[in-house]
Design a binder for this molecule. Structure first.
Ligand code: BTN
Length: 337
């Protein structure tokens, strides 16, 4: 069940649409537009700020969002999608706010109404979740929060390696768009100089024998507002800091959905082995000394890439061992010191 949030209120919605142009708007003109007093406008502005939107007060001119907001638009996304991807994703849901895009699609699967593949997007998440019970900081209108529900017609075990494939899909698109100072960290983090840029969370439903409904959630920090960033409990970065250029989220998202549709079909037919080489070429941990945390144990070794199933290969005193996803986490030397 989605929690009621600010954007379910029509007045807030109108206000954000008006301010999205990046121009200054006086309290009086906004009041007229919304049919409320200036004091009520002021209160609504405070609520928008609580959603992570940074609003400036310009003396004598009113309120503005510096550089404006370019909101997600289903039509634009579809326009930039390839024909094959448009056929792959049978429905696209777009919300101003939601508790979690992953949760929305898990509920859809539980209700028995899921298509072969569906996309859910939100401008803001009230309870965005990350791996290991972490929360995913999801302020309004600046980053990407996207989930894809995909009906995989094989047993659960055949999903091994999928989270690496998804990380690789996103990585390849970012690489094509000129982001070169980025790296992959097993099993599915995308980092730049050890700071988190994007994260992936896979959740599964279904009978897990004949089919799995896998919900693939990814969050990309595009232009994280400074105040929201303070709530993140790990080192992070965003695309804007890496390039200094403003990013069209609709185009970026369409490119990722195109790549993902292609890679998911490829994975369904050939498994992870078809992606092993591509991963090993881009593996940001390869050759690095790391500590693996497996339950209560800490295991040291040097990363030697991944095997044909996507398991991490770790060399320790000349002996090679492989570790599968799940409850294993990797700490590099930088992270342990
Ligand atoms: C991680 O901890 O690295 C995974 C983060 C995954 C965040 C995304 S944002 C869209 C989707 N909805 C969620 O609630 N989480 C994922």
């Amino acid at each position: 069940m989605n929690k009621a949030g600010h954007f379910n209120n029509e007045r807030m919605h109108l206000l954000i649409l008006q301010l999205a142009d990046g121009e200054s708007h006086s309290g009086e003109s906004l009041g007229k537009l919304l049919g409320v007093s200036r004091a009520a406008v002021w209160k609504s502005i405070k609520l928008l700020e609580d959603c992570g939107i940074e609003i400036e007060r310009v003396r004598g001119k009113g309120y503005r969002i510096r550089q404006g907001l370019s909101l997600l638009d289903k039509e634009v996304i579809q326009q930039y999608m390839e024909q094959s991807a448009r056929q792959f994703y049978q429905s696209i849901y777009l919300f101003s706010e939601l508790d979690s895009t992953n949760q929305f699609l898990l509920d859809l699967s539980d209700s028995g109404q899921a298509d072969y593949a569906s996309v859910c997007l939100a401008e803001r998440q009230l309870s965005g979740r990350g791996r290991r019970g972490r929360k995913w900081v999801s302020p309004f209108g600046k980053n990407l929060y996207c989930s894809v529900l995909w009906r995989f017609r094989q047993p659960l075990a055949a999903l091994e390696g999928l989270s690496l494939v998804v990380a690789l899909s996103i990585y390849k698109v970012l690489e094509e768009q000129g982001y070169h100072d980025i790296g992959l960290k097993w099993p599915n983090d995308i980092l730049s100089q050890s700071k988190k840029l994007a994260g992936i969370l896979l959740e599964v439903r279904g009978d897990l024998i004949d089919f799995c409904d896998v919900v693939i959630g990814f969050g990309i920090n595009v232009d994280m507002p400074g105040k929201s960033g303070q709530a993140i409990d790990q080192a992070w970065t965003d695309l804007f800091s890496l390039s200094g250029k403003s990013i069209d989220r609709n185009i970026l998202l369409a490119a990722i959905l195109n790549q993902l549709a292609q890679d998911l079909l490829h994975f369904e037919q050939q498994g992870f082995s078809a992606f092993q080489e591509a991963w090993n070429e881009r593996d940001g941990l390869k050759g690095q000394a790391v500590t693996l945390l497996v339950g209560q144990d800490a295991i040291n070794g040097v990363v030697r890439g991944v095997d044909e199933k996507g398991a991490l290969l770790l060399e320790n005193e000349g002996v090679m061992c492989c570790y599968h996803g799940g409850e294993v986490s990797v700490r590099t030397i930088e992270e342990t010191t």
